[in-house]
Design a protein around this ligand. Structure first.
Ligand SMILES: [Zn+2]
Length: 277
């Protein structure tokens, strides 16, 4: 399995006994226990993302400790200086394989985001984004996302977060959260996955797991339509964290080939292995 969404580092600034920030060693030991071969490290550098930080440099250092197990993405706050130049450096000098997690208080199609999308398009890299009310925000029907899918066709946008997954249902009103119960017809996530080769979805965290378990009858059809566009991920970031996606993927009643694609085949294609690692 390839986990497309993990974080380590100083993510919190609360009292010490309440949380345990993960070290690279703890991450790899948990991967061993869960049967996860490789994980994608997603730095978080925007102040709205978490109370602390996980810098790109720390992702690179962890990857260099475990180059056969960890893959480093980069993250840059789009409001920081020399974003395009830093992007080139992290790809060309440090072998970062994608961008993410993009999670900040700007609109999804903000001009400062488009500097990053254009770079991903230039290098043909995947980008992991978080969508929520007020975070990389969009309107009902996700028109901002759709226009970026059209404008940057060689950037592969990988969707995640309550605001993304709530839009699996036709009754999404952009309030986010973890809606339960039947999925209403004509959800925009379903349509965009079908229409755009450069949109993928990560069934990670509470939101992705909720979206694929809230309506089992809907889920089967959704997996049939999109098993080549779905990525396994956990959003693992602290010790003792429950990872329901692992059991769900092992148990869901689908053909073995779909399971393989969702567990690693789709990720492998985006991460472009076969060369160095
Ligand atoms: Zn995350």
């Amino acid at each position: 399995m390839i986990d497309f969404h993990v974080h380590i580092g100083r993510l919190t600034r609360v009292r010490r006994y309440k949380v345990y920030d993960l070290t690279p060693q703890q991450l790899v030991e948990r991967m061993d226990r869960e049967g996860i071969e490789k994980s994608v490290l997603l730095p978080l550098e925007s102040p709205e993302a978490v109370a602390g930080w996980f810098l790109t440099e720390d992702a690179i250092a962890a990857r260099d400790l475990y180059p056969e197990r960890l893959i480093a993405f980069m993250s840059l706050d789009p409001r920081s200086r020399r974003v395009a130049e830093m992007f080139d450096m992290y790809v060309e000098d440090y072998d970062c394989r994608g961008f993410g997690e993009l999670k900040n208080g700007l609109a999804f199609d903000d001009e400062r985001h488009q500097v990053i999308y254009a770079k991903c398009d230039e290098y043909r890299l995947p980008l992991v984004f978080h969508s929520d009310p007020g975070l990389c925000y969009d309107e009902v029907g996700l028109p901002r996302l759709e226009s970026m899918l059209q404008r940057y066709p060689r950037c592969t946008f990988c969707g995640h977060g309550p605001g993304f997954w709530a839009a699996i249902s036709g009754d999404d009103d952009r309030s986010g959260g973890y809606p339960k119960g039947p999925v209403a017809p004509d959800g925009v996530v379903d349509r965009l996955l079908a229409e755009y080769d450069n949109l993928y979805a990560i069934f990670d965290a509470g939101s992705g797991h909720n979206a694929l378990t809230r309506d089992p009858d809907f889920t089967l059809g959704f997996l049939e339509r999109h098993h080549e566009k779905l990525l396994f991920g956990t959003d693992y970031l602290r010790a003792f964290q429950h990872l329901p996606q692992v059991d769900w993927l092992a148990q869901v009643d689908i053909p073995a080939q779909w399971r393989r694609q969702m567990a690693c085949g789709n990720a492998q294609r985006l991460l472009d292995f076969g060369d160095q690692r």
